[in-house]
Design a protein around this ligand. Structure first.
Ligand code: PEP
Ligand code: MG
Length: 591
């Protein structure tokens, strides 16, 4: 039966493929593909884990005190039986063999299949046996984690993943995917993503957009309603997921898919055209990247530099061994060399909130601490609380400046006291490099404007920094008190809110007046609906996912900054600025 699930459209386009469910488990599960040669090893990990759990259960039973209820012994027998049941272990092996899932992923995929079968049973006693299977799987996962699967089996390369994906395209369906896991899936086989939770600018959504594949988040029940191998259409424009579509619907979406491919090819031809408006204003279109390897894609997309290198992604999935100075230096240097002389703006780590260092989702974090991590120790606050690590990162960035143009960007600055501490740390980092005889060049230092306090006192910030970059994703979150990752309040997350427009305008205008560089690197920069209004506010530097550059360039080429500037005040004082801008721009754009 065909069903529709509604969520938030976060990455455009249409994806059609078979569902791969990434189950959320109480135990932390790594999901990655293993290569053909690693399959036997992965299966023997599973076998060892099964033997380990069996020994545990036998020992538990042996040590049961005589006064323990009889049911307890019987329960352990049931668990032992389940442990040897082909429906669990045999089928899990098939996931490893046929889909090349790592053992943990294969187990949780099979648990998902079994859990549904139990859910559908009429007999309440049998239905409740689901909990037993869950407990057994949990034990297995714990033993596997103890054997540290990830250290022994490395994720397969993207090419290997493509080789075994088979004929059908695959789409990923999950309750939530931590940003760190999204990075693992980067350039993998998935042609689309669906998650139950998340907001438009949650970091998971941002990574999905950076992959330039259709995605829907906040689809509430999706991972419960969709089953492994279901055919799924992801409509990333409308935020709709169609499960097992009828042939007519499928044909319609295939047609739309072909149309958007044609449109993409057409836009691609603008790659090397300079971005200049109709009235001759040159506009800088920069790229947001997450890994040094993204540099090539940025150049290919026609970016004239990197406006935001989110360095925290180097730190994720690395709970016990965070990258040291040399490793960081090499990553920054590679990005700088990859950009072939164009500037690279590297942001100091922005960990915390929905990008925790360890693999934990936002929901789990909340559950764990009962606090709001978005207002906690994140971004520069974290760096200043870890001064040794902060200086280490600054030294690595400074050293990369010997290989090209580097700019350092500090996230989430809000306090004047923080500014003083940042420059002290930089001074010490430079001094340490001098003492060690390490080369570095001049670097500009900028602040992200993403907290209303910083936007309100922008003049004072501009005295200290060479440039500013507006992080609209956070600026909106903090101005409107709406958690960007929370789908329950996603309808209130409004980039068109007059307060947001006002703060943006003030920041751009004051920075231009002070002769300081100003850029926008939040998602608004890559959203064509905002191009004209940002140009009218005086913005000439936009930083976005490489995949968005061509569309924004097309918009810039058709814009006349004078036209909308005349209407700017009307837009800023309008109760419905979105409507007004659409009307004003619509009346001017060629049809
Ligand atoms: C922002 O907040 O707009 C931004 C670019 O930073 P991030 O999305 O990584 O928080
Ligand atoms: Mg931010």
């Amino acid at each position: 039966m065909s069903i529709q699930v509604f969520g938030l459209p976060v990455s455009r386009g249409v994806a059609i493929g078979r569902a791969v469910l990434v189950a959320s488990s109480r135990v932390d599960v790594a999901h990655y593909f293993v290569s053909g040669e690693q399959i036997d090893h992965e299966i023997s990990r599973l076998r060892e884990a099964r033997n380990g759990v069996a020994n545990e259960l036998v020992a538990l039973k042996r040590e049961l005190p005589p006064e323990a209820p009889h049911e307890l012994g019987a329960l352990l027998d049931v668990h032992l039986m389940l442990l040897h049941d082909e429906a669990l272990i045999g089928a899990t092996k098939s996931w490893i063999r046929e889909r090349h899932y790592n053992a943990e992923w294969a187990l949780s995929a099979q648990l998902e299949v079994l859990a549904r079968q139990f859910d559908e049973m009429d007999d309440p006693y049998l239905r409740e046996r689901k909990a037993d299977v869950e407990q057994v799987v949990e034990r297995l996962l714990r033993v596997l984690a103890g054997h540290n699967g990830q250290a022994t089996s490395t994720p397969a390369t993207a090419q290997a993943a493509r080789d075994f994906a088979g004929e059908d395209p695959l789409v990923l369906v999950a309750n939530d995917v931590a940003p760190a896991d999204m990075i693992q899936f980067k350039r993998s086989v998935f042609t689309g993503f669906v998650t139950d939770v998340g907001g438009r600018t949650s970091h998971t959504a941002i990574v999905a957009r950076s992959l330039d594949i259709p995605a829907v988040v906040g689809a509430r029940e999706a991972s419960r309603l969709i089953r492994q191998d279901d055919w799924v259409v992801i409509d990333g424009d409308a935020g709709v997921v169609i499960v097992n579509p009828t042939p007519i619907v499928l044909e319609e979406y295939r047609f739309r898919q072909r149309q958007s491919e044609l449109e993409r090819a057409r836009l691609n031809r603008l790659r090397h055209t300079p971005a200049v408006t109709l009235d001759g204003q040159a506009v800088e279109l920069l790229a947001n990247i997450e890994m040094p390897g993204d540099a090539a894609g940025a150049l290919e997309a026609g970016a004239v530099g990197v406006g935001l290198f989110r360095s925290e992604f180097l730190f994720m999935n690395r709970a016990d061994d965070l990258p040291g100075e040399d490793e960081q230096f090499e990553a920054y240097r590679d990005a700088v060399i990859g950009l072939q002389g164009l500037p690279v703006t590297i942001r100091t780590v922005d960990v915390g909130a929905d990008k925790p260092l360890e693999r934990m989702s936002q929901q789990e974090l909340r559950h764990e601490h009962g606090l709001n991590p978005a207002l906690g120790l994140r971004a520069v606050r974290w760096s200043l609380a870890e001064p040794g690590m902060f200086r280490q990162q600054l030294r690595a960035m400074l050293r990369a400046s010997a290989f090209g143009k580097v700019r350092i960007l500090i996230p989430m600055v809000a306090q004047l006291g923080e500014i003083r501490m940042i420059f002290e740390a930089l001074g010490r980092a430079r001094h340490q490099l001098d003492e060690a005889g390490r080369a570095y060049s001049h670097v500009e230092v900028g602040a992200m404007i993403e907290v209303p306090a910083a936007a309100v006192m922008i003049d004072r910030f501009l005295k200290h920094f060479d440039f500013v970059s507006v992080g609209t994703n956070d600026l909106i979150q903090y101005t409107l008190a709406v958690d960007r990752a929370d789908d329950a309040v996603a309808h209130l997350y409004d980039p068109w809110h007059p307060a947001v427009l006002h703060l943006l305008h003030q920041t751009i205008e004051r920075s231009n007046a002070a002769g300081r560089g100003v850029s926008v690197c939040g998602e608004m920069a890559g959203d064509a609906a905002f191009t004209e209004i940002l140009l009218a506010m005086g913005l000439r530097s936009f930083s976005m996912h490489p995949a968005r550059i061509a569309s924004i360039k097309q918009r810039v080429l058709r814009a006349d900054t004078r036209a909308l500037a005349a209407d700017l005040q009307a837009v800023l004082s309008s109760d419905e600025p979105e409507e007004l801008v659409r009307r004003l721009v619509g009346s001017r754009l060629p049809h």
